[in-house]
Write a protein of this length. Structure first.
Length: 246
């Protein structure tokens, strides 16, 4: 099969979908029987602040950005139950996976989804009005149940943001990896190669990492311009840690 047709895509089952017990329904829509898709990786994620900010980096500065972070982190739908604040992150693969998944999801806005593609997943979502501190309406937040990669470039960035290579069977990894040769430590939003009290080692010699991540870490060591944010490197290693701000 042509690699142009066989694609990988990230899918996030968001907190509102979990609250409404839609997980089974969503998984059935993406099944190999219905859509010709297959799992390559899956994890239940308590979304840390760094991961949320990097995932929605393109929306930074927009009026709905703060609410969007609270939404994906589960604070809006589970304000009093931290144990339920989670997202299910899934890596799907298959023929034309990106297009297939987005068709099943439907338009981003749930109102539009109900009009244009009734029966799609996002047709079950809602639109929430947002107000400033004075009670003035400033716009809407779309609680649309699910995220799906829009383009191959987005899929690569998102998959590398949410998954480390060892989350994925070697034969199913779509992007280049590399054997790490150095120690890398993290504490207080700083990455270093020197161990210090209270930091943790997120990469050791012999670990398999995304090749692009290791390039960014080398650029950081050599004080060169970075291909992308170091937070995009570290976010995945903070997933489900007891203290994400180590």
């Amino acid at each position: 099969m042509s690699m142009q047709l066989f694609r990988s895509s990230l899918v996030l089952i968001k907190p509102d979908a979990l609250k409404n017990s839609l997980t089974g329904y969503i998984l059935s829509q993406f099944s190999h029987f219905h859509a010709g898709l297959r799992f390559a990786a899956l994890k239940v994620v308590n979304v840390n602040q760094t991961l949320a900010e990097e995932h929605y980096a393109e929306h930074k500065g927009k009026f709905f950005y703060p609410s969007l972070l609270q939404y994906i982190r589960g604070f809006i739908h589970f304000p009093d139950d931290p144990g339920k604040r989670r997202v299910i992150a899934i890596l799907y693969q298959g023929p034309n996976a990106i297009r297939t998944i987005r068709t099943i999801c439907g338009p981003t806005n749930p109102h539009e989804a109900r009009q244009k593609n009734p029966g799609c997943i996002r047709a079950l979502g809602t639109v929430v009005p947002l107000h400033d501190d004075n009670g003035k309406f400033i716009g809407n937040r779309t609680d649309n149940l699910i995220h799906a990669s829009a383009h191959p470039e987005d899929a690569e960035r998102e998959i590398k943001l949410w998954f480390i290579p060892s989350d994925i069977p070697p034969i199913m990894r779509s992007f280049p990896t590399e054997i790490n040769e150095d120690y890398y430590y993290y504490k207080d939003s700083v990455i270093s190669t020197i161990p210090k009290r209270g930091n943790f080692c997120f990469l050791s010699p012999g670990d398999i990492a995304w090749k692009s991540d290791l390039r960014v870490l080398r650029q950081l060591k050599e004080d060169k311009k970075l291909d992308y944010s170091v937070n995009a490197v570290i976010a995945k290693y903070l997933i489900n840690r007891e203290n994400e701000t180590i």
